[in-house]
Design a protein around this ligand. Sequence first.
Ligand code: RP5
Length: 172
Amino acid sequence: MTNSPAPSSPRNSAVRVGLIMGSQSDWETMRHAAAVLEALDIAHEIRIVSAHRTPDRLADYARTARARGLSVIIAGAGGAAHLPGMCAAWTSLPVLGVPVESQALKGMDSLLSIVQMPGGVPVGTLAIGKAGAKNAGLLAASILSLGDGALATRLEDWRAEQTDSVAQEPVT
Ligand code: RP5
């Protein structure tokens, strides 16, 4: 992995999805969400925002998200993964939480930290790791497609391509 910044959408396109993560170390997982957003041509921004280490940055980010035009936030974190829940505390936008696989507990800590939100402040929780990140990108696309017919078509095409790629028989 290089130290160059993660690719974000061009500055002139309206950013619709905020992709945030608690640490640089989460990028290896969260890049799979970014890849889906790029494949579906969804303008997004990518930021490191930690609930623990940069709490003011998180508050600023989440509180201004709707006014800045974002529609969905994808938040990935590991361990004591407070980022999605605290983000959802600051904004009523849909927040999709991705539990990043941790070394100590293989992401069970991340999953339980994110999924067990008390009633009243929802976080849509995805699977642990790469699959969860990928599906967060797809779920963000589904949400946005409700008001965007062109994106709905791109999403349907993406799904059809996936279906076509499944072989009838396994290779021996
Ligand atoms: C969390 O702590 C991050 O989301 C990350 O998954 C985990 C470990 O962070 P680093 O110690 O690698 O920065 O806040």
